[in-house]
Every structure is written in structure tokens, then in C-alpha cells.
Design a protein around this ligand. Structure first.
Ligand code: LLP
Length: 417
């Protein structure tokens, strides 16, 4: 088996290892557990889908910035998509090739842009003021900035409004009516070279035909840009492919479905395709492993209280996101409908609601699936629940890939004050 699955013995496995055996070896709880080979398989699926097209895979580091995971993806040929100067520095440290690296964002800071120009990464232009800051950074550093225009195509990805980014009302990108301003400004700025167009529609997308709609709209922009004498290299369709969070056997679009939707458009454009997957690269590779603290009932409502919380995994609280939850061992105890909650002092602190599970005992293992994207990366130290340790199974063996944050780390922030 690859990744997380229930074995014939009824126990949960990560690759070849029982999660309960791993829990015995790991001193921390809760912790994040990854299957390295699942990550390898996820990028392999994108590579296979992209066969026959000039392309760059830019892994969206925001989804998971574990250095070991970044190094692993880099070693498998991935580029990186970044949204801050710190992500940029970490990507350089991980070894990513700057020519396969894209710096995105609607509020990039002057110092961050200077770093991006110095390293020669591709930069997406998001607005008039962003262009002015990019030009200033290029002139200050004395190097050319290679830029893509982030187009706002006004395409509805039909996802949660918080993760919808390509609507006319969204804060991201450039509308058609502003295009000429940018083309004139770029022509007048010798240190800025226009090399492509970009759009990103949103996240958790499960209907890939909208990528085709967006690509067609981008081609209208490309035609206008070409007519002004520019020579573009890149068509960047962003990230956003969803994954099967529900585990109900639904058939979801694969990387191949996504790429095939735009393949003929990309071919006809003659441009190199850039994609920016985050979630679909890493989400399925991890489970957040908890220990049950106890079970309680209030009126007709049953609760499983675990040691993990919204501090370490906030997607359910923040987006009402569903992540599948299972116990790590087989059980014949009574099935009930439970809310799975943490110890944080908020009613918003839940990992799952109304889940049918066998009644667990204190000390039992409980996992939240598909925790590889936007889980650890969005963890906080609220209630001084320190950020968890991370482990992966690689070559059939367990290895630690990040230390648990400690109270000392927190106390150090006050040294000498
Ligand atoms: N490119 C751009 C410009 C983006 O803004 C994003 C994600 C990506 C690529 C990667 O998208 P993905 O392939 O991962 O869907 N915290 C939310 C997700 C926020 C996504 C933000 N942008 C969540 O937990 O669901």
C-alpha cells in the first residue's frame, strides 16, 4: 500500500507501517505523519499529464513549507511558487532553480521584490502600484525583472468564497480595461521584461472545464499583447485542483484531466505552460495523528475530545472544511455520532462534526486525513499549543522531518526585553 489505508487486519497504515506502531515510537502527540512516496506519486502524476508539453511545475510552497518536503519535490524536478520573501529564501535554501520559480502576490513588499530580482525569479504583476514597486526594485538592484501579468479572468471556480480568487470582485489581478496601461508602462521601463500571463482561479476546484474558460480568456489577452510587439514565453494557469476530501468514492478530475482540458490551447499558443499546484501535490500525503483524551456526552450530543486542536489544524474551523476522520485501530465498541473536538477554549475548536465512529477509549489513536496541505502551514500556537512535530515514512522507515516547537522557543522571543 501507498499512503494511508486500512489494512486487512483493520488497522490504519502509512505505507508499510501501522500507524499504531508509529504512535508507540513517537514521543509527541499530536503529530503530522507523511508518506514520502505519496508525494512522489503525486508529482509523477503531474509529470505524466504534462508529457509532450513544454512546462514548469511550480509547487505552491504555501501549502506546506516543510524544508524536507520542499527538498524532496525540488529533487523530483519541481519549481516553486512563492508568496513572501521568507518563502523565497527557504526555496533557495531548499535548492529550487530560480528560473523555475515564480513570485506571486497582491502585496509584495519592496524588500521582497529586490530579493526576487536579485535571484532572477519570475514575478507576477498584480496591480499598478505593484508594477511601480517591481520597476523600482529592478532599477535598484540593476537587473532585469522578468514579469508575468496576473490576469483577473472573472471566472467562477464554484468553491468557498475564501478560496475563490479569479472573480472580478476579487482583490487579485488585472482586468481587461487596465491592460493597455501595463503594456505602455512596461514598454517605457527598460529593466522590466514582459514574459507571460498568469491567472489563478481559486482552490479546491473539482470542475476542470473552468481552466479552459480561463485559458481562452488569457489567449485574448495574449493576442492583444502580441499585437503590441511583445514576445511572450509563458502561459501560467495557476493551481487549484481539488482532492477527494470526502472519501466516498467520488471520481474527481486528475492532473491528466486538468492538463488535457487546456492541452490544445497551450499547443496552439506555442508557449511554455506553467502550473502552480499546492494542495494536489501534498494534501493526500499526510494524516494528523491524535490521541483520544476522553469521550463525553452533553444532552444528546456526543464528543470525542482529542489532544489536537484548531491551533494545529484550522481548516474545519475556518472554512467549515470536511476532512475525513478515522480511528487507527479496529473496534467493536458501540457506534455513535460524535463531534471531534480539541482542548482549545473556543466552540470553534473542532476537527470534525457529526461523524459516525466506534466509541474510542482514552489513549486510542484518531487521524484526520488529507492533512498535507494548508494544515501544518496554517498552524498557530494559540493557547500555547505548540506546533506539532512532523514525521514521514520514507524507504519503508519512519523519520522525523520537523521538531515540535517548544515552550522554550516561545520564551526565547522575550530574551533581553
Ligand atoms: N497559485 C496561487 C496564485 C495561489 O493563490 C494558490 C493558492 C496556489 C497557486 C495553490 O493552489 P492549490 O493548488 O493549493 O489549490 N488555505 C486554503 C487554501 C488557500 C489557497 C490560496 N492560494 C485551504 O486551506 O483550503
Amino acid at each position: 500500500g501507498l499512503g494511508f489505508y486500512t489494512g486487512e487486519d483493520g488497522y490504519m497504515y502509512c505505507d508499510n507501517l501501522r500507524v499504531d506502531d508509529i504512535r508507540q515510537q513517537v514521543p509527541e502527540s499530536p503529530f503530522y505523519l507523511y508518506s514520502r512516496e505519496r508525494i512522489s506519486a503525486n508529482i509523477a502524476a503531474y509529470k505524466a499529464a504534462l508529457a509532450g508539453l513544454d512546462h514548469i511545475i511550480g509547487y505552491a510552497v504555501k501549502a506546506n513549507n516543510n524544508l524536507k518536503i520542499m527538498q524532496h519535490l525540488c529533487g523530483l524536478g519541481s519549481g516553486a511558487v512563492l508568496v513572501s520573501g521568507n518563502e523565497l529564501q527557504l526555496a533557495i535554501k531548499a535548492g529550487f532553480d530560480p528560473s523555475k520559480t515564480i513570485f506571486n502576490g497582491n502585496g509584495k513588499l519592496p524588500a521582497e521584490l529586490e530579493l526576487a530580482v536579485q535571484h532572477g525569479v519570475l514575478i507576477n504583476v498584480d496591480s499598478e502600484f505593484d508594477f511601480a514597486n517591481i520597476a523600482a526594485a529592478a532599477n535598484k538592484v540593476g537587473k532585469t525583472a522578468n514579469v508575468l501579468l496576473r490576469i483577473n479572468p472573472d471566472v467562477d471556480p464554484q468553491v468557498h468564497p475564501y478560496v475563490s480568487t479569479g472573480l472580478a470582485s476579487s482583490k487579485f489581478g488585472i482586468r481587461n480595461s487596465h491592460l493597455q496601461w501595463f503594456l505602455d508602462a512596461i514598454k517605457a521601463e527598460p529593466r522590466v521584461e514582459l514574459v507571460g500571463v498568469h491567472s489563478h482561479l481559486g482552490s479546491t476546484i473539482t470542475k476542470v472545464n473552468i481552466f479552459r474558460d480561463a485559458a481562452n480568456i488569457m489567449c485574448d489577452f495574449i493576442a492583444k499583447i502580441n499585437a503590441e510587439g511583445f514576445q511572450l514565453k509563458y502561459l501560467n494557469i495557476g493551481g487549484g485542483l481539488g482532492i477527494d476530501y470526502y472519501h466516498k468514492g467520488d471520481i474527481l478530475p486528475t492532473p491528466t484531466d486538468l492538463i488535457d482540458t487546456v492541452r490544445d490551447i497551450v499547443k496552439a499558443s506555442g508557449l511554455t505552460l506553467i502550473i502552480e499546484p499546492g494542495r494536489s501535490m501534498v494534501a493526500t500525503s499526510s494524516a494528523f495523528v491524535n490521541t483520544v483524551t476522553g469521550v463525553k456526552t452533553n444532552g444528546s450530543k456526543h464528543f470525542i475530545v482529542v489532544d489536537g486542536s484548531m491551533a494545529s489544524l484550522i481548516r474545519p474551523s475556518l472554512y467549515d472544511a470536511y476532512q475525513h476522520i478515522e480511528l487507527t485501530a479496529p473496534s467493536s465498541a458501540e457506534q455513535k455520532v460524535f463531534d471531534i473536538v480539541g482542548p482549545v477554549c473556543e466552540s470553534a475548536d473542532f476537527l470534525g462534526k457529526e461523524r459516525e465512529l466506534n466509541t474510542p477509549n482514552a489513549g486510542d489513536g484518531l487521524v484526520v486525513h488529507d492533512a498535507g496541505a494548508y494544515c501544518m502551514a496554517m498552524a498557530s500556537t494559540y493557547n500555547l499549543k505548540m506546533r506539532p512535530a512532523e514525521y514521514w515514512v520514507a524507504d519503508g522507515k519512519l523519520a522525523k522531518i520537523r521538531h515540535q516547537e517548544t515552550l522554550d522557543d516561545h520564551i526565547k522571543l522575550f530574551d533581553g526585553l
